[in-house]
Design a protein around this ligand. Structure first.
Ligand code: DWN
Ligand code: SAH
Length: 415
């Protein structure tokens, strides 16, 4: 049995998704013969409450000079990060000439707001292609993995920071102890570490099992984050639920005793007890719901296909790699996946090898059904797809349950 990467206790595996390829490993046809696979299994640590993968994929295999995800593909997310940056500026950068660091700054979707406002900033981004996209906009970006060593390097060059920020990145980093050791070096005595990640409470509530893939090594709750922070002399001082990416949580951490925790921390910790997030039995039930969701989705797709309908995937997300491989959904059921990211187009989806095509192909070839892999962007996508739906096109979703969205049903699970 694997040991917890936070507290070294044995973790209890609760769901095995089977053999999985790299979630963002879109391939050219000639690459399919040496595709990499690993065992995607997730477990719960009964001691520190951290949910985590049982097998680690080398970060260099995931984050490199051809990383597939460019954050700025969504206008809704750009607006979210504008607001996130504004909130940080108002609350935590009152000092003269503040310094803000972002871990996993990708193409600069958040830091451009600091850069445009003339705030001193450093982005730390190991994937060279997305880091370059940020640099081209004048965003100061260090192309490295953030850890204790890079934290020291930044501190030597720029001094201590008022705020270290992250979004959808801290859960990607297996050695979180190195991150906290880095924070200890890099943060001013009253500095804050603010990050937001998909929230375990939403994953359990919605059975959104597609959040589970190689890059997402941890699935955070307040319980597990509090326990981790305490080990490093820090504490959780605020938490703010966010609607983006299917339900996220923003955590604010500071040195023990440097800030007064808000009432939300105790409130949401209590809610987690009520919702069973600190108990192994919750995850055993989640595993059963995941199996039921797979059976329902495959059943619906086969039924639609049996009616002669043409089904296309909408959004070649990392999440879709888990869904297609776990459910065994290949090109026989889903003809192609439409995606607006140029680097994914013309490639095959990981593992099941469904062709990924530009959006123009979706618009022109008019499939009957769109399987909404990018369900977390549904508000933006549905607003853009009124013509597809008016022409009889149907969207299928599988979070929080498998169903066809008709015109009258709203979909409130998107950001
Ligand atoms: O945590 C992570 C999140 C933030 O981003 C990373 N580990 C990797 C990535 O996960 P993802 O690939 O599941 O992210 P998204 O944001 O759900 O991906 C959306 C995909 O859908 C992109 O490839 C772009 C595409 N898309 C599209 O084709 N049409 C998106 C929109 C909004 C659209 O209208
Ligand atoms: N923050 C962006 C990007 C999320 S994708 C957003 O929310 O849209 C995850 C990003 O984290 C990738 O760009 C990846 O290269 C980066 N990353 C992964 N491990 C990292 C590490 N140890 N330090 C800094 N960035 C990392």
């Amino acid at each position: 049995m694997a040991d917890c990467l936070i507290c070294t206790n044995s973790i209890e595996p609760f769901h095995d998704f089977g053999r999985m390829p790299i979630a963002n490993g879109f391939l050219r046809p000639e690459q399919v013969t040496d595709e990499f696979f690993f065992e995607l299994k997730v477990g719960f640590c009964p001691s520190c409450k951290m949910v985590q993968l049982t097998e680690l994929v080398d970060p260099d295999k995931l984050f490199h000079d051809d990383y597939a995800y460019f954050s700025s593909i969504s206008t809704r997310m750009a607006e979210h990060f504008r607001q996130y940056a504004e909130w940080v500026r108002e609350k935590y950068t009152a000092a003269a000439d503040p310094l803000v660091i972002e871990v996993g700054s990708n193409d600069g979707i958040m830091l451009r707001n600091f850069s445009n406002a003339g705030v001193r900033h450093v982005g730390v981004e190991p994937s060279a292609n997305v880091a370059q996209a940020a640099r081209e906009q004048g965003i100061n970006t260090l192309c490295e993995f953030f850890n204790e060593e890079t934290a020291r390097q930044i501190c030597d060059e720029y001094g201590q920071a008022d705020a270290v920020l992250g979004a959808n990145v801290i859960c990607h980093i297996p050695d979180l102890h190195s991150i906290f050791a880095g924070l200890d070096v890099l943060l001013k005595p009253t500095g804050v570490f603010v990050f937001e990640e998909p929230y375990l409470g939403d994953i359990v509530e919605k059975a959104s099992y597609d959040q589970v893939y190689d890059e997402h090594f941890f699935y955070f709750s307040l319980h597990s984050v509090r326990s981790l922070a305490r080990r490093h002399g820090m504490e959780l001082i605020d938490v703010l639920p966010q609607s983006v990416h299917g339900g996220s949580m923003r955590y604010v951490i500071a040195r023990q005793g440097s800030h007064r925790p808000t009432a939300s921390v105790a409130e949401i910790l209590n809610r987690e007890i009520d919702n069973g997030l600190a108990h192994a039995a919750t995850f055993v039930r989640l595993s059963e719901r995941i199996d039921a969701s797979r059976d329902a989705l495959v059943g619906l797709l086969q039924e639609l296909k049996g009616q002669g309908k043409r089904i296309a995937g909408y959004g070649a997300t990392s999440k879709s790699t888990t869904v297609t491989n776990f459910c065994g959904i290949g090109p026989d059921l889903v003809e192609f996946i439409s995606d607006t990211t140029p680097g994914k187009q013309g490639k095959l989806s990981p593992g099941v090898h469904i062709p990924v095509v530009p959006y123009s192909h979706f618009a022109e070839s008019r499939p009957d059904v769109a399987l909404l892999f990018a369900w977390n962007h549904a508000s933006e996508i549905l607003a853009n797809e009124t013509a597809f739906r008016a022409g009889g096109g149907q969207f299928v979703v599988y979070v929080p349950e498998v169903r066809i969205l008709d015109d009258k049903t709203s979909y409130r699970h998107a950001g």
